[in-house]
Write a protein that binds this ligand. Structure first.
Ligand SMILES: [Zn+2]
Length: 300
């Protein structure tokens, strides 16, 4: 991480439940405050049911989110869903088990089963604060899985659509869409003023499809969301999606051009990464530039 030392690691990835905003009537976001490894978390209320979108990382954060959701939900039934399986988005789900119905798409469930323990071990190497947050984490299974591309949940007077497309940022990315209000929760398919996260960790995890990611973002742009709640960063509008799509398209073209000159991935990183950093001086998490370049350099 750019703002941390490798010996100390990132700061504690603590969800601050007081950093909550009501972005529409009954639609709340616990904001990430730009803290690394803290996501934007949604709590959406209908008349009978409330749905929570992402938990934060580890049981203590999950507990904070659950307590906030219970307070807002009052007597409503609770549902938990995740934007994808990554630890900072979903590794607090154990606190919801038995209290909320946990709903994922099938690919997300399968990816969690296949990679969850390895990601838990990997994230524990990210420094003492991250390891402490993950202490006591238990991976739990969903109560319900939908097999197709989408599922609708009637919260009572408010419908929420869960939608997945298959491999992009992960194999099981899912957005949460409120069709009436045109509010979109994207998970890490889109982050605001943040270099897109390409979780390119060969040989352990190579499940990314950048071209499909671009197609998914193009479709989401066509939905004309009024409000975009990104996985990380500030809440905004459709410009968040456009910026991520354009970044990936541009990077893909530039890496392809460098490959044609015969450069290997190290040489392409050396050539392009400083330029890309300089072109986005106000973007966060520049450590992800190299991962995105190396992913694109791997394409045959
Ligand atoms: Zn992610």
């Amino acid at each position: 991480m750019s703002d941390t030392s490798p010996n100390v690691g990132p700061p504690p990835p603590d969800v601050d439940a007081t950093a909550i905003k009501e972005i529409a009537s009954g639609v709340f976001v616990i904001c990430d405050r730009r803290v690394p490894l803290v996501p934007n978390i949604g709590i959406i209320l209908g008349q009978e049911t409330a749905i929570v979108v992402d938990t934060g990382m580890g049981p203590a954060n999950g507990k904070k989110v659950l307590e906030t959701a219970k307070r807002l939900a009052d007597k409503r039934t609770l549902v938990l869903t995740l934007t994808h399986f990554h630890p900072e988005h979903g590794f607090g789900a154990q606190e919801f088990k038995g209290v909320a119905k946990i709903h994922y798409n099938r690919a997300q469930r399968d990816e969690l089963q296949a990679k969850g323990e390895a990601y838990l071990a990997m994230f524990k190497t990210f420094g003492p604060a991250v390891a402490a947050a993950l202490e006591g984490t238990i991976l739990v299974q969903p109560d319900w899985v939908y097999p197709g591309p989408s599922a609708k949940i009637d919260l009572g007077g408010r419908e929420v659509e869960l939608r997945t497309w298959g491999l992009a940022h992960t194999a099981g990315d899912q957005v949460v869409w409120l069709p009436e209000e045109c509010i979109l929760f994207t998970g890490d398919l889109a982050e605001e003023r943040t270099f897109p996260i390409f979780p390119w960790f060969p040989p352990n995890d190579v499940d990314i499809d950048g071209a499909h990611w671009v197609e998914v973002l193009s479709e989401l742009i066509n939905w004309k969301p009024a409000v975009v709640v990104p996985g990380h960063g500030e809440i905004g509008g459709v410009e968040i999606l456009i910026a991520v799509r354009d970044y990936i398209v541009d990077l893909r073209q530039r890496v392809r051009a460098e490959r044609k000159t015969g450069k290997d991935s190290d040489a392409i990183v050396a050539e392009l990464a400083p330029k890309i950093r300089a072109e986005h001086p106000d973007w966060f998490a520049p450590e992800w530039i190299d991962f995105a370049i190396r992913y694109h350099a791997s394409l045959s």
